[in-house]
Write a protein that binds this ligand. Structure first.
Ligand SMILES: NC(=O)c1ccc[n+]([C@@H]2O[C@H](COP(=O)([O-])OP(=O)(O)OC[C@H]3O[C@@H](n4cnc5c(N)ncnc54)[C@H](OP(=O)(O)O)[C@@H]3O)[C@@H](O)[C@H]2O)c1
Length: 360
């Protein structure tokens, strides 16, 4: 039987890395990675090449003909680009249509949320989905809830800092809102099933391992670490105030996606923390099928086991390859633009500052 040829965009990133692993575990796939020329020497890409991934040099911002050429003969395209790069997928989708790709998986991979003014990031992604539908390109949209790796707060002792990107020390509202959670490492294992499943064609899928509240996450971390974690509740009104302020300061000309980082973080808090959008029930209401219905035999990483590795010091951190930018940042005064250098997804906040301070 011939292999399914999958082309991954964003293989050097966090989501893309998980998906590459999930596909490489399964011999039915022939894995290709579209990598911009400046990134082909990145250790993550070199390592994937050594594991059999075929590297195609191309840039989403490059000529559409070279994208069409890169996609010729590919069965499935999966895109995992960062929040600021969502619109760059439109030429990719056009090229996929021209090249006869059988399934296009645009970069979703976020929490469940409705379209239309709740979350800028969701709406950025929806613009791409609309283009795909206008092209009548076969698609699957996959959201994953909140990563385990971003869900837990900092421990006062500092022993979880090695695995964290920000201190994450805010409980939204009363902390009793339910959240769908997935281990980042399971995303690739789910994808290996989803992209060859006829039931997911032209559908939205929510993968999730478990559903918990922030208070339950804090309780579990306290139990496993035997440390007390301060509960810093952010009332609903403060979240609305943040959202309004972030919306006002992001709507400037010319368009600057970096200014949207505080905005989408505040809007995340609004969506999953206050509105309670990120649940399997709301996903089903919106028309998603869930991984629990599709794959009842799937054995995900257990959240307790994951948190236990965090506490024991053996978890793998996320975005650790962005450390170099933190070093860069130390020699400059903090400004909005230098902040944006140390990570694409987390803004400077009092909480993240304190974490970076402890790392110095
Ligand atoms: N559910 C959650 O909890 C959660 C958490 C974080 C992120 N996310 C979502 O997951 C998605 C992926 O985020 P991530 O953090 O995994 O991404 P990431 O680590 O920042 O990686 C982005 C990837 O896109 C590639 N890329 C960017 N522009 C490109 C271009 N013009 N041509 C070719 N490749 C390009 C980058 O390649 P280079 O190596 O060349 O830079 C990199 O491999 C995001 O859209 C975000 O919304 C969800």
């Amino acid at each position: 039987m011939s292999k399914t040829k999958v082309l991954l965009v964003g293989a050097s990133g966090e989501t893309g890395g998980s998906i590459a692993n999930g596909l490489l575990e399964n011999p039915i796939f022939e894995v290709h990675a579209l990598v911009r020329p400046r990134s082909v020497q990145k250790p993550a890409i070199v390592a994937l090449q050594e594991r059999g991934v075929q590297i195609i040099r191309a840039d989403l911002k490059g000529p559409e003909e070279s994208l069409t050429e890169a996609l010729t003969g590919i069965d499935v395209v999966i895109s995992c680009v960062g929040p600021a790069e969502q619109q760059d997928q439109i030429p990719l989708a056009k090229a996929a249509k021209k090249a006869g790709v059988q399934r296009f998986v645009p970069c979703a991979f976020i929490t469940v949320a409705p379209a239309g003014g709740i979350m800028w990031l969701r709406d950025e992604k929806e613009t791409v989905y609309n283009h795909i539908k206008q092209l009548a390109l076969p698609y699957t949209i996959v959201d994953v809830g909140w990563w385990y790796q971003l869900s837990y707060p900092r421990l006062e002792s500092g022993r979880a800092d090695y695995a964290m990107t920000s201190a994450n020390n805010e409980i939204v509202g009363d902390g009793n809102t339910r959240l769908a959670l997935t281990d980042l490492r399971d995303i690739g294992r789910y994808m290996a099933r989803i992209i060859v499943d006829d039931r997911t064609l032209n559908k939205m899928v929510l993968t999730y391992n478990t559903v918990m509240t922030q208070n339950q996450i804090y309780d579990l971390l306290e139990e496993l670490s035997e440390e007390k974690v301060e509960r810093n509740y952010i009332p609903e009104e403060s979240v609305y105030t943040r959202v309004l302020a972030a919306r006002q300061s992001s709507e400037t000309y010319p368009f600057d996606p970096i200014k949207f980082i505080p905005r989408y973080l505040a809007e995340y808090q609004l969506s999953w923390g206050i509105r309670g959008d990120n649940t399997p029930e709301y996903a089903k209401y919106l028309g998603y099928v869930t991984s629990k219905e599709l794959y009842p035999d799937f054995e995900p990483v257990d959240f307790r086991d994951y948190l236990d590795t965090v506490v024991r010091g053996t978890a793998k951190g996320v975005y650790t390859d962005r450390m170099v930018s933190k070093v860069y940042q130390r020699s400059f005064n903090r400004t909005e633009s230098s902040d944006s250098l140390y990570t694409r997804i987390f803004p400077r906040a009092e909480s993240s500052d304190s974490l970076y301070m402890t790392n110095r």
